[in-house]
Design a protein around this ligand. Structure first.
Ligand code: ADP
Ligand code: ADP
Length: 236
């Protein structure tokens, strides 16, 4: 269980996230919805410690995530994989190597330094590419792929990291409608097949309604709705 209590982030006098309390059961597919500037991205970034809270706590299975340091912090970051709107692949490297980057947290220090992947790592990366129908692109440079293909590479990279949680920050914001479905289907498949918890920032309500079990609505940094998609009326 992921538990946020009084989570707050200020930028000067601007409250990006204001006193958010949230409990997320493992295995859920949670959509975080709201307009641009509502605080969705800041919320996700605080969960994996990319951004520091001004106040409040984040607990995971009772442990204080805010207190983690060194190896424990790296392990936590490996436990919650991020997916970004702009994919964040290494464009000049091939697709397989990009996916193998997700295995870094599982390699010994010397192995990761030298990027010596084991055969097991390669097999795992390859299977992940096959799952998302991009194995035939394994040796292409990532920058030569379409947006939808690149985001599937990013999802494969997240999967091979063996996270407990996937934090997806507007993963479809730069994709066309067809690729939007392909990418949301990939996130849905990960959630159902492996029970990986997904927290996904979206601003399309229709999309959130069709893919998520639970919606958290944010406005001006606050949670203004938390419930099943069917309980969300259009005026929230
Ligand atoms: P969303 O993801 O819902 O679009 P954000 O979390 O990106 O919202 O932003 C929430 C608020 O915090 C906005 O008012 C935004 O301008 C502000 N903000 C976000 N990041 C920064 C930053 N690095 N410096 C200053 N203000 C920021
Ligand atoms: P962080 O949470 O680590 O501070 P964000 O991801 O929220 O960073 O912001 C990304 C970038 O966007 C930041 O480098 C920040 O400079 C910029 N940014 C976003 N919103 C604002 C804002 N309202 N004022 C100034 N910079 C902003």
């Amino acid at each position: 269980m992921l538990e946020l209590n009084g989570l707050t982030r200020r930028y000067g006098s601007n409250l990006a996230v204001a006193d958010v309390d949230l409990k997320v059961e493992m295995g859920a597919f949670v959509g975080v919805i709201g307009r641009s500037g509502a605080g969705k991205s800041t919320l996700l970034r605080m969960i994996n410690r990319l951004s520091a809270p001004s106040a409040g706590t984040i607990r995971f299975d009772g442990r204080d995530v805010g207190a983690l340091k060194g190896a424990a912090l790296r392990a936590w970051r490996a436990d919650c994989a991020m997916i970004f709107q702009q994919f964040n692949l290494i464009g000049r490297l091939d697709v397989l190597t990009n996916v193998l980057m997700g295995r870094l947290s599982h390699a010994s220090a010397m192995r990761s330094l030298l990027r010596l992947w084991s055969d097991v790592d390669r097999a795992i990366a390859f299977v992940a590419l096959e799952q998302f129908d991009i194995a035939h692109l394994a040796s292409e440079r990532a920058e030569n792929l379409s947006g939808g293909q690149q985001q599937r590479v990013a999802i494969a990279r997240a999967l091979v990291q063996e996270p407990q949680i996937i934090l997806a920050d507007e993963p479809i914001a730069s994709l066309d409608p067809r690729n939007t479905r392909v990418v949301m289907d990939a996130l849905g498949a990960i959630n159902r097949r492996y029970g990986i918890t997904v927290l996904c920032n979206l601003h399309s309500l229709d999309l959130a309604r069709s893919y998520c079990d639970r919606l958290v609505g944010m406005a001006a940094g606050r949670v203004v709705f938390d419930g099943a998609p069917r309980d969300l009326t259009d005026d929230v």
